[in-house]
Design a binder for this molecule. Structure first.
Ligand SMILES: [Zn+2]
Ligand SMILES: [Zn+2]
Length: 756
């Protein structure tokens, strides 16, 4: 017998009853147990950080992350769904800095790295309950009871093992390079982090005159958008294959590329005096604009460089090796000095007397005024362009020469591209677009971070002979550690004073500051080895999860083999150059395989009017508001069907309400209608059967439609086309309600059970 249904349904209440039933009867656990031994379909959970409550965009990702594994389970697969938590890195540190009111790294050191890291550790689980509650409420089946956690010693040990593999193959190296650098966070960032933070910005655009040393009144004209880099200038580069001219402007003579004349001098009265051969320019000396930092070798001359283009600027490029990748390269080729007038906080050093202590970008205006006053400025304006900002703290990044550790991704470029060919991207254009382009232009991974809370870079260096060693396991650390150096350790690894022989590192907290107190014996000279002071990029942590979630290779070797690569992952489009890239990079470096076979990349959520949702705009929809109003099913259905997953989607409580009216209530009312008559007639589908050919044509039609829809939905979901699958179900419900039920009503109204 069918239970009576009311047409006054509350979907949120109904869902709560079902969730209660699932929980009481452990339905998820049962579905996992039942599917044991079946072919495995592997899903990787991209780990969120639980130091803030989940937002509506997390709901978007989670409902897709639920649907595909749920479908595969229904199709006879075993689909393990291990939860994960990302617990390290700048996002965590920054929040604690805010809470403590800190603005600089020295405040953290004064406060104590141990206490600071304790607070970081505590904060990343602050909202776990909230994440679990929301995940449960939206019906996201995930094994929250056994998550991988990136701060655990097991996880860190696996990450160290990976780094050791790279080290053994010569893929890990240290170099003095210009890296994107956040002056507030005081650390370099990787190219994928930079890719997260491009914003529109207005910067100065100035044409600067460099006076030739031996020809008064003649100037080389260069263009820059970063006046603050001028105190680091050591050379001017021209392209030997371009044509240069001398031009009279007022009383002065300027030298620039002919092709740049219109751009650089538009609106000015000028007279072209004649060509000047690049060979006559190269090697000539000019007077430095600033002499705050004394060069330790000859500088201030014109050099030839083929990268100089005539399409931008003047064809004369100002070279500051401390602040540009190309500049540093030119500096090396030409044996130029590196002048560094900027401190690690992004402020001019004391040597730069007029602007000492000023954040460099804030000094731009004063530098321009100074050049103007000295007659060295031809013109100044502004330029609107995209400029990278720190993805965590929104400070404009500086390009800054630092000693850092890198992974030689450029050496793996061909493999990265080849392995990408084995991945199905949804939407497909990402494969050779946003992702493929990133791989085409891959740069070495700036791995090291000058921070506190994260996976320590496991490289120790000998204080005596300089020998470096990369530790690949805790057991190796134990083997190489000097027993007498642990008394300073305050947590873990308690060592009886004076007795170095019984030292046990198994329970050592592998984070800073404790790990920094572990001193190793140099295998080359028996000297003392200390750890380099760096952490690694937090994106390496999450990219390592295929390996580290199983503590591979120290444990779970079979489980790992069975679970690599993933069949399916899904996150927001911002992860294309984030987690999707780091997964791909690490899997390629370790195993020369892709880490995942199918990936759905979700478009941004916009508000009702089509504006990107953001906290600062105050247009973010709280997930609980919409779930309370319309339920999780309606929200899920909206996300599945409102537009293809890769597209931007508008979202509001009202739009989800339309799903309820248009789809869920139609389905519900159809069901309610059926139940009403089934109850009146005491209909039992098991007893009351009828051979197909004796059935009414409408009955046969709707059953045919049902099976047609099932077949189509299956093949669409096999192809990860969630949206078309959902829309076909909507069409079926429409046929069921508006055609089948409506046309059949008079048959149902007849009293009593009949063949109809
Ligand atoms: Zn920052
Ligand atoms: Zn040594």
């Amino acid at each position: 017998m069918f239970h009576e249904v009311s047409s006054q349904v509350s979907f949120p209440r109904l869902e709560e009853q079902i969730l209660e039933f699932w929980k009481a009867n452990r339905i998820f656990e049962k579905s996992m147990a039942q599917s044991q031994g079946r072919p495995q379909y592997t899903f990787y959970e991209g780990p969120p950080t639980a130091n803030a409550p989940p937002g509506i965009h997390h709901v978007l990702a989670r409902v897709f992350k639920d649907l595909i594994p749920r479908y595969r389970t229904m199709k006879g697969y075993n689909v393990p769904r291990k939860a994960g938590w990302d617990t390290h890195g700048l996002p965590v540190e920054l929040q604690i800095e805010k809470e403590l009111g800190f603005t600089t790294k020295s405040q953290i050191e004064e406060y104590g790295v141990d206490r600071f890291n304790d607070r970081c550790r505590e904060s990343v689980f602050r909202y776990v309950k909230e994440w679990e509650r929301l995940s449960d409420r939206i019906g996201f089946w995930l094994d929250m009871a056994h998550p991988y956690i990136t701060l655990s010693s097991d996880y860190i040990e696996s990450v160290w093992w990976i780094l050791r593999q790279l080290w053994d193959r010569g893929l890990l190296y240290q170099d003095y390079k210009v890296v994107p650098y956040c002056p507030r966070c005081g650390t370099p960032l990787s190219s994928h982090e930079v890719a997260l933070g491009y914003e529109n910005a207005t910067d100065p655009s100035i044409y600067v005159k460099f006076p030739l040393a031996d020809e008064p009144g003649v100037f080389l004209l260069a263009w820059t958008t970063t006046p603050w880099t001028l105190p680091g200038n050591v050379a001017l580069a021209i392209n030997p294959t371009l044509e240069y001219v001398r031009v009279r402007v007022g009383q002065e003579v300027l030298i620039l590329a002919q092709a740049a004349l219109e751009r650089a001098l538009h609106g000015l009265a000028f007279e072209v005096l004649g060509p000047v051969a690049p060979t006559d320019l190269i090697g000539r000396r000019y007077q430095p604009l600033y002499t705050f930092v004394q060069p330790d070798r000859p500088a201030y001359r014109v050099v030839g460089a083929t990268f100089v283009a005539a399409e931008e600027g003047t064809g004369v490029v100002h070279i500051a090796p401390a602040f540009g990748e190309v500049d540093l390269e030119v500096g090396r080729q030409e044996n130029l000095p590196i002048l560094q007038p900027v401190d690690p906080q992004g402020r001019f050093t004391a040597a730069v007397t007029p602007w000492a202590g000023l954040f460099v970008k804030d000094a731009d205006g004063e530098i321009i005024a100074d050049l103007e006053r000295r007659g060295l400025l031809l013109r100044s304006g502004t330029i609107d362009h995209t400029y990278p900002f720190c993805w965590r703290c929104d400070t404009p990044l500086l390009y800054y020469a630092r000693r850092s550790w890198f992974i030689r991704m450029t050496q793996l470029r061909e493999n990265l591209l080849k392995n990408n060919e084995q991945i199905n991207w949804y939407p497909e254009h990402l494969k050779h677009g946003r992702f493929g382009n990133f791989l085409e232009n891959v740069v070495d991974w700036a791995l090291s971070r000058e921070r506190y809370w994260g996976t320590p870079l496991p490289i120790w260096q000998c204080e005596t002979c300089g020998h470096q060693h990369c530790i690949g396991s805790v057991a190796e650390l134990q083997r190489m550690a000097r027993g007498d150096t642990f008394n300073a350790l305050r947590r873990g690894a308690p060592s009886p004073a004076g007795d170095g022989q019984t030292l046990d590192l198994a329970h050592l907290d592998l984070h800073r500051p404790y790990i920094d107190q572990v001193i190793l014996t140099c295998p080359e000279c028996q000297g003392e080895m200390r750890r380099v002071p760096y952490l690694i990029d937090v994106w390496f942590d999450s990219g390592a999860m295929p390996v580290a979630q199983w503590h591979y290779p120290f444990e779970n070797q079979e489980t790992f083999q069975r679970s690599f690569p993933a069949d399916f992952i899904c996150e927001g489009v911002d992860q294309t150059r984030g987690w999707f890239y780091t997964l791909h990079a690490i899997a390629t470096a370790l195993f020369d395989q892709p880490a995942f076979r199918n990936v759905i990349s979700l478009g941004l959520l916009l508000d009702e009017t089509g504006v990107k949702m953001s906290k600062s705009r105050g247009n973010v929809v709280d997930p609980w508001t919409v779930i309370e109003a319309h339920g999780a099913d309606a929200t899920r259905w909206y996300f599945y069907t409102a537009g293809h997953p890769g597209m931007e989607k508008r979202f509001s409580v009202g739009l989800v309400g339309e799903v309820v009216r248009r789809f869920l209530l139609t389905l519900w009312n159809t069901y309610a209608f059926f139940v009403t008559y089934a109850r009146i007639d005491r209909f039992n589908p098991r007893e009351h059967t009828l051979p197909a050919r004796e059935r009414h044509v409408l009955d046969r039609w709707i059953l045919a439609r049902l099976h047609e829809t099932i077949g189509q939905v299956d093949s669409l979901l096999d192809a990860y086309d969630v949206t078309t699958a959902g829309r076909l179900i909507e069409q079926f419900v429409d046929d069921l309600s508006n055609w089948y039920v409506r046309r059949s009503r008079d048959r149902f109204w007849r009293s009593g059970l009949s063949p109809d």
